[in-house]
Write a protein that binds this ligand. Structure first.
Ligand code: FE
Ligand code: FE
Ligand code: ZN
Length: 278
C-alpha cells in the first residue's frame, strides 16, 4: 500500500487541506510553504494546525510533504539570492515544526555557471546552517531533470550533498518520476535496475516520498514538463508498476500532474483501484 494525494493550496488554512484531501479520496498531500513564485507567507494559526493533526490521525493519513519555493536557490552565483534562499529555508523549517514529523522537500538548486562542485558545497553549507538535531522534520532533496545548471539530475549529486551534511539523519530524497525520466533513468523498462542503482548510490532507506508524474518528453530530454498519468512518455502501465513496486511500499505519492480538482480525484481513484486489484 502507498499513500496517495496531490498538491493543495494553503490559502484556506491547514485543516482545510486535510478535509479537501479526504474529499478527493486521498490520504497525503503536499503544499507550498509560501507562494511558489513569490516569497510571502501567512502566519500559521496553532488551532488550525491542531485541527489538521486531529484530522490526519482520524483518517489515517501518511506523512505529508511540504514543498519549498521555486525561487529558493541555495547555490546561485548571486550572493543575495543565496542569502535570500537561506532565509526562506530557515523560516520554512521553523514553520514545519508546527506540523511535526513530516517532510520538507525542495529543489537542490541551480549553480548558474559556478559549476556542480561549488553548487553542491553551497547547498550543503546552507543546510548545515539550519539543520538542528532536535528538528522533527526530515528534509528531502528532490531528484531533478537536470535542466540547465540544475543540481540533482543524478543520484550521485544528491548523495554528495547528503555526505556533506552534518545531520545526515535529517536528510532524505523525494523521487520525482517525471524528473528522473527526463534526467535519463529508464523507469519504464528497467525500474528494478534504477531502484537498485538508487540503493547503491544513496540507499533506499533515504527514499521518503515520490512525486508521481508522467512526462511530456522522451527519456533524457532534461526538460521537466509534467503530464497527466498515462498521457505521457511513461505511460499508464509504467505508472502502475511504479505505484505497486514493493520497494516503494508505504511511501507518500504526490501527484503534480497538470489537472484541475476533478482530474486529481480521478487519478487518485485510478491509483486506489490499482492497489485493490494489484
Ligand atoms: Fe518539485
Ligand atoms: Fe516534483
Ligand atoms: Zn517538475
Amino acid at each position: 500500500m502507498i499513500y496517495i494525494g496531490c498538491h493543495l493550496s494553503v490559502t484556506d488554512g491547514y485543516e482545510a487541506m486535510g478535509k479537501t484531501m479526504s474529499r478527493f479520496g486521498g490520504n497525503t498531500f503536499a503544499w507550498f510553504t509560501r507562494n511558489p513564485r513569490g516569497g510571502r507567507t501567512k502566519p500559521v494559526c496553532p488551532e488550525d494546525v491542531e485541527a489538521l493533526l486531529a484530522h490526519l490521525k482520524k483518517e489515517n493519513f501518511g506523512p505529508l510533504a511540504a514543498h519549498g519555493s521555486y525561487t529558493m536557490n541555495l547555490c546561485s552565483a548571486k550572493e543575495e539570492t543565496r542569502e535570500n534562499g537561506l532565509d526562506m529555508l530557515s523560516k520554512d523549517l521553523e514553520r514545519m515544526e508546527m506540523v511535526p514529523g513530516n517532510y520538507y522537500n525542495f529543489h537542490p538548486g541551480a549553480h548558474t555557471g559556478q559549476g556542480t562542485e561549488t553548487g553542491i558545497r553551497q547547498i550543503a553549507d546552507a543546510l548545515n546552517r539550519v539543520l538542528r538535531t532536535d528538528m522533527r522534520t526530515t528534509v528531502l532533496l528532490e531528484t531533478m531533470a537536470g535542466k540547465g545548471t540544475e543540481i540533482g539530475g543524478t543520484f550521485e549529486e544528491l548523495r554528495e550533498i547528503i555526505d556533506r551534511v552534518e545531520c545526515p539523519n535529517k536528510m532524505g530524497v523525494c523521487f520525482d518520476t517525471c524528473h528522473t525520466w527526463d534526467a535519463g533513468y529508464d523507469i519504464v523498462d528497467d525500474l528494478d535496475g534504477v531502484l537498485q542503482h538508487f540503493d547503491d548510490v544513496i540507499g533506499l532507506d533515504r527514499l521518503k516520498a515520490v512525486h508521481f508524474n508522467d512526462s511530456k518528453n522522451e527519456r533524457g530530454s532534461h526538460k521537466d514538463r509534467h503530464e497527466k498519468l498515462g498521457r505521457g512518455e511513461l505511460g499508464m502501465e509504467a505508472m502502475k508498476r511504479i505505484a505497486l513496486h514493493p520497494k516503494l511500499e508505504g511511501l507518500p505519492f504526490i501527484l503534480e500532474t497538470p489537472n484541475d480538482d476533478e482530474g486529481y480525484m480521478e487519478e487518485i481513484r485510478t491509483v486506489k483501484n490499482w492497489m485493490k486489484s494489484g
